[in-house]
Design a protein. Structure first.
Length: 200
């Protein structure tokens, strides 16, 4: 039987109510996340958890959420809130919830099953899509304070006109790398450099 993380959090905090405010960073918590509307007042590290398949509805993480190498994780809850960075490197994610907002960096690199991003996606830091099968980007995609890394996105042949990137744009290994800077920038709000060689 898999451990019940509700009891695990209750033990750490000696609290009976939900949501359970977790004030300390948790490293490698149990595989099954069962409580609803869990409120983590800090960072949550579940990286390398090979059995984790889903997160609870209403999950709010006031810090960073690290899910890298959670190879069984395919989806995220629609009402997920992450106030720090969201690390989804090398998972089995196939899609993200519409309107997802990540206040800091969002790492989606090495997600081989990810082909598109949702409408309304807003990223406060950088967005890394290296080695994904992304075929298009949403028209309203906004990367507020960092770079957009599209390195080795071999299926991406165009950029949306409404794209906003405050930092640099990385195009190495994409069909877009053959276009001129003027073609890339045309009608788009790209404030940083357009880079075709370096990965980061």
């Amino acid at each position: 039987m898999q451990p019940n993380i509700y009891n695990f959090f209750k033990f750490l905090n000696q609290e009976e109510q939900r949501p359970i405010p977790v004030k300390t960073k948790l490293i490698h918590a149990p595989e099954t996340l069962t409580p609803q509307e869990l409120d983590v007042k800090g960072s949550l590290n579940l990286s390398n958890n090979k059995k984790l398949k889903e997160l609870p509805k209403g999950l709010k993480v006031r810090g960073d959420l690290d899910l890298r190498d959670c190879s069984s994780l395919k989806t995220l809850p629609k009402d997920l809130t992450v106030e720090g960075f969201l690390n989804l490197y090398n998972t089995s994610i196939t899609s993200l919830p519409e309107g997802l907002t990540v206040d800091d960096w969002l790492d989606l690199s090495n997600n081989k099953k990810l082909e598109k991003l949702p409408k309304g996606l807003t990223v406060g830091g950088s967005l890394d899509l290296t080695n994904t099968k992304i075929t298009s980007l949403p028209e309203d995609l906004t990367v507020k304070k960092g770079y957009l890394n599209l390195t080795n996105c071999k299926n991406l042949t165009s950029l949306p006109k409404g794209l906003t990137v405050e930092g640099d744009l990385y195009l190495k290994g994409t069909p877009l790398s053959e276009q001129t800077d003027e073609q890339i920038r045309a009608g788009r709000n790209i404030k940083g450099k357009i880079l075709r060689q370096k990965n980061k």
